[in-house]
Design a protein around this ligand. Structure first.
Ligand code: 26Q
Length: 840
């Protein structure tokens, strides 16, 4: 068969063209003479898929041959974004593809635009998982991702009359050429049923989980090519399918409609992503999704382990490391135990040792409302055996704790079970107990985990001589997608000045740019690069919003999920203030003010009332400001609809400043802050999340910092509750305009809603039930205004701005996910690079 394989030069334009023509005709049933751009995209996708598959298979064979330790990333979300451009770049096919399609009269860029943007994630956590996959492959690490192949990803956001309307995102509509369905790789997953005592095949007493429903998890593989390596890793996503035997039963009972109904019910499991990113909703379907993908993934990775000749269970921690992305896959702790004890017959104590050596947990959120707690009643119905296992684990754990500390409050705090009217299982506690390492995602966040989120666990770790169980792994982003692909002009500058593209796999090389930071030639090229990006942005805004922007204006962007803690509201209040200042000026004075375009984009969870109101307010304020002839040329505010990865790729390179303005101590890390700075944008930000570390790396002068510090928050909030909370006069004027209905003319409903937002900020009473300015907008507003004034003043000096921009972008090595993932591999996983040789 080897000899029969079509041989081609993967890097030669002519073979790309031949393969393209073949796919057009034989895979897509088009003709060479009659096809659309969508067909062309699809055929080009299949050309790449051939090459990806070959590399994926060879890489996997190599990992098997070398019997390497593997890492498995378990995540309910992957915000991968479009594949094509990234795959071409990572497979080093940019030149030949360009040539091949140019000769056929097509622009690659136009093909890229045909691809739907897969959005199998909410925001930061899902995008981080996607950047991690890129770095794992690029570092030649034998690591796979596991997740869910949702039929419907993150909803599409429509703006109607200024309000968010959610539309379904059926991304698989016409099929995705980059995924490989594997009907041969399926695992059964049981839900509900009961536990019976019985005898196993060896005649020993055991517990059997029987009955209930069984769904099949079917694998869909998504090859992840590394950059500058021959390795291609895999993102394996599970789709829920009905069980065949189950159907047959129904057919033999001649009950056709029940069989179809059961089929539909099974498919529900992987139907839709929950569009919630900060507060957890205890939906039964969500727990089912979590168990479904965890069980399939652990079955798959254990099967890989036992395929090895003469395997011994004691070797498992030398061959397997699992990372749980937040608490979403935490049922893995109990499922790992169940598979080892009930299915593989490993003794309990040994199974627990293996579990706690293999699993690790990353926490991504400080918000207490985001910590998952599932009702015991629900979990007992759905996963009766797991609740038994968790009960047994807890019993042993609590006995040990009582022996150590006696019966005090620390026992209740460390228990997996939360007592109360509704007894609950705390997934965070289960995750920490079952893990070898626990990590936060930025230095400040890791400190908060130790001191506030899980203080009793940290005390326990310290008391047992294991303070290093909790470690910091500062987030990052991949420079391949976020610099090289999103901003080719910048990538070309770096490569030209540094003499090679090595910086793309070793960002410390960018330090070499610093000696040019005052070079007028570089300044000219740098400003040209920004101009190119702004032009592209202008085209995008014209197309999506019919908005014209002045390309000399300062571009100010805030794009992220809409949440009160991220304070898009404060940004909007500032824009109103700026508008009021302009209105007060004479035309001559106005001429001297820096022109600004403020863009805000992001999705609100569909049930999050205040977040949706903030979107409406931004839209209404934009309408007034943009249409005011006094100010329209000097200040624009637009809400960018349907923010997603592909929109970020256009927005981020064009920014002069971006807003990362969460209340100190609320944003675990943030990752778009890193993308903006890598693209030469400067940050207006608070001392929160990774902003602090970015400032450390790039220098204080590159950032416009404002607002209270994390350790001051509690004191300020306490004062606010008592009513000692003065409101700045400029902010009062803004509130007055909103209350006067300046932004809700002819919309009484919106007027009442906007007033409710303002009232909330002004509510200083009702200690205990305080529902006022929880995120200290009023407190931080004056220093926010000052920071913005400093932005304008600095921007006025073009050479200075350019120097700061170069300095910041060239100091971002720490925030490449290559650095982050190397640390995970070293400190947490013990996984080593295994670069595949070209010839195998
Ligand atoms: C949980 C249960 C039920 C339904 C939904 C959820 C759920 C889903 C997604 C809870 C949270 C999330 C997402 C959290 C998230 O994106 N956190 C962000 O993670 C980034 C990567 O570490 C950080 O940079 C951000 O600061 C953090 O907000």
């Amino acid at each position: 068969l080897w000899k029969l394989m079509e041989t081609y030069e993967p890097n030669d334009p002519e073979s790309i063209q031949k393969s393209f023509a073949r796919h057009l005709e034989y895979s897509l049933a088009c003709t060479r003479f009659n096809f659309t751009m969508q067909d062309a995209y699809r055929a080009a996708g299949l050309v790449l898929r051939d090459r990806l598959l070959e590399s994926l298979n060879d890489t996997n064979a190599y990992y098997r041959k070398m019997d390497v330790k593997r890492g498995y990333y378990l995540s309910a979300e992957y915000l991968i974004g479009r594949h094509m451009q990234n795959a071409i770049a990572n497979l080093d096919l940019e030149q030949p593809f360009k040539e091949a399609f140019h000769a056929l009269g097509m622009q690659l860029e136009d093909l890229f635009h045909e691809e739907v943007d897969p959005a199998l994630g909410n925001g930061g956590l899902g995008r981080l998982a996607a950047c991690f996959l890129d770095s794992m492959a690029t570092l030649s690490l034998p690591c796979w991702g596991y997740g869910i192949r949702y039929s419907y990803g993150m909803f599409k956001q429509d703006i109607q009359n200024g309000r968010q309307v959610e539309m379904p995102d059926f991304w698989i509509g016409d099929g995705c050429p980059f995924e490989i369905p594997r009907p041969d790789i399926t695992y059964p997953v049981r839900l509900y049923g009961e536990v019976q005592e019985g005898l196993n095949a060896q005649g020993e007493w055991c517990l059997n989980w029987v009955g209930g429903d069984i769904v099949q998890a079917m694998a869909y593989d998504n090859p992840i090519p590394g950059f500058d390596t021959y390795n291609t890793n895999n993102l394996r996503l599970w789709r829920a399918c009905p069980t065949k035997e189950f159907d047959l039963d129904q057919y033999s009972a001649a009950n056709f409609t029940d069989a179809v109904e059961a089929r539909r019910k099974a498919e529900d499991l992987s139907a839709v992503l929950y569009p919630n990113d900060a507060s957890y909703e205890g939906r039964e379907l969500r727990l089912r999704q979590q168990y479904f993908f965890v069980s399939a993934s652990l079955q798959d990775l254990l099967r890989e382990f036992i395929k090895r000749p003469n395997y011994k269970w004691s070797e498992l921690p030398e061959k397997v490391a699992v990372q749980m992305n937040d608490t979403h896959p935490t049922i893995a702790v109990a499922e790992f135990m169940r598979l080892l004890v009930d299915v593989m017959h490993v003794p309990w104590d040994e199974a627990w040792e293996l579990t706690t050596k293999c699993l690790n947990y990353t926490n991504h959120t400080v918000m207490p409302e985001a910590l998952e707690k599932w009702p015991v009643e629900m979990m007992t119905r759905m996963l009766p055996r797991h609740v038994q296992i968790i009960g047994e684990l807890n019993l042993r754990w609590i006995n040990g704790l009582v022996a150590k500390y006696g019966d005090g409050p620390i026992i209740a705090a460390l228990s997996i079970f939360e007592e109360g009217d509704v007894k609950k299982i705390r997934m965070g506690n289960l995750a920490i107990m079952g893990s070898n390492k626990v990590n936060g995602v930025a230095a400040l966040h890791t400190e908060i985990i130790k001191k506030e989120t899980f203080p009793d666990f940290y005390k326990y770790c310290c008391d047992t001589g294991a303070p290093d169980k909790i470690v910091n792994m500062t987030n990052g982003v991949t420079p391949r997608r976020w610099v090289h692909c999103a901003n080719p002009a910048l990538s070309a500058i770096f490569t030209k000045y540094l003499g090679s593209h090595e910086w793309l796999t070793d960002m410390t090389k960018l330090k070499g740019m610093l000696k040019f930071k005052e070079d007028p030639k570089l300044h000219a090229e740098w400003m040209e690069m920004k101009k190119t990006a702004k032009k592209k942005l202008a085209g995008f805004l014209k197309e999506t919003l019919d908005l014209e922007i002045d390309q000399d204006a300062l571009i100010d962007i805030q794009i992220k999920r809409i949440h009160e803690y991220k304070r898009q509201f404060m940004n909007c209040l500032y824009v109103i203030h700026r508008y009021q200042q302009l209105k007060k000026m004479s035309p001559a004075e106005r001429e001297k003010v820096q022109k600004r375009v403020v863009l805000i984009g992001g999705k609100a969870a569909s049930a999050y009332v205040n977040a949706k109101l903030i979107i409406k307010l931004i839209n209404n304020v934009g309408k007034v400001i943009n249409n005011d002839p006094d100010t329209g040329k000097l200040l624009k505010l637009a809400f960018v609809p349907n923010y997603r990865v592909s929109a970020a790729e256009v927005l981020i390179p064009a920014s002069d400043i971006s807003e990362h303005i969460s209340t100190a101590g609320t944003e675990a890390s943030g990752t778009s802050n890193m993308k903006f700075v890598m693209n030469g944008g400067l940050i207006v930000g608070t001392m929160d999340g990774a902003n602090i570390e970015i400032r450390e790396e790039c220098g204080e002068d590159t950032m416009f910092i404002f607002g209270c510090l994390e350790h001051e928050v509690a004191g300020i909030a306490a004062k606010a509750k008592e009513g000692h909370y003065p409101i700045d006069s400029r902010l009062q004027a803004v509130f007055q305009a909103i209350r006067n209905g300046e932004f809700s003319k002819g919309e009484p409903e919106a007027h009442a809603e906007f007033c409710s937002l303002v009232d909330k900020l002004c509510n200083t009473h009702g200690a205990g039930t305080w529902d006022g300015d929880r995120y200290l907008v009023v407190h931080d507003f004056p220093s926010f205004v000052d920071a913005q004034a400093k932005v304008d003043a600095t921007y006025a000096d073009k050479a200075k701005w350019c120097k700061l921009s170069i300095q910041a972008a060239s100091s971002m090595a720490k925030f490449s996910t290559d650095r982050t993932i190397s640390e995970y591999a070293d400190v947490i996983w013990g996984v080593k690079p295994a670069p595949r040789p070209m010839e195998m």
